[in-house]
Design a protein around this ligand. Structure first.
Ligand code: ZN
Length: 188
């Protein structure tokens, strides 16, 4: 019997790449983005379909990661682009919903520097369970990092190993701050 897939996100390419009116993305960066359909098991144990917006050159890496996520039955809450009206480019709203996302034309929290998310070269997974922590700042607000919880990413996770093999960096390895949800691959 064919497994019924729950659709979390089915935006058109135009919708998925909609410009943020308060933070317009240069067109050459926008043109580099691909809208990648992905399938994953969520916390309900069911197969879901979402979309991730990333640099087109990372499509093969993302495909391999999601194949492995399904094989390992590692749950993702949802994978919905930040342009979706449910989030409307609000990263805190997306993180608080434990939603995974890639491209978002924005700066690094607390700085004026562009994040690699602004180039579609970073992805955040289960951000509510894998928060960003720098000194007293925790994002999303109120999030708790509990390595024993299903859907949490730890240094010994197959995900960290796989991304490493593919040439990505994990924010959980950073010294001055921890960004457990975050994987990035800087392209030229
Ligand atoms: Zn991130």
């Amino acid at each position: 019997m064919k497994e019924v897939v729950i659709v979390d996100s089915a935006l058109s390419v135009t919708e998925a790449l909609r410009q943020n009116p308060t933070s317009r993305c240069p067109l050459e960066i926008l043109a580099q983005q691909g809208v990648i359909p992905v399938r994953y098991y969520s916390f309900d144990g069911r197969l879901h379909q979402g979309q991730v917006v990333m640099d087109k050159r990372l499509v093969e890496d993302i495909h391999r990661v999601f194949v492995r996520l399904r094989e390992e039955r590692f749950p993702l809450q949802s994978v919905i682009p930040i342009t979706d009206p449910r989030f409307a480019w609000d990263d805190i709203a997306s993180m608080s919903a434990n939603n995974a996302s890639g491209f978002n034309y924005r700066t690094i929290a607390g700085t004026t520097r562009l994040s690699l998310h602004a180039y579609g070269q970073a992805i955040d997974l289960n951000p509510l369970f894998n928060p960003y922590i720098r000194a007293d700042l925790v994002q999303p607000p109120g999030a708790v990092y509990d390595p024993t919880r299903l859907g949490t990413i730890t240094a010994d996770s197959f995900l960290v190993q796989l991304f490493d093999e593919l040439g990505w960096e994990w924010g959980g390895h950073w010294e001055d701050r921890k960004d457990y949800q975050h994987f990035q691959k800087k392209l030229s």
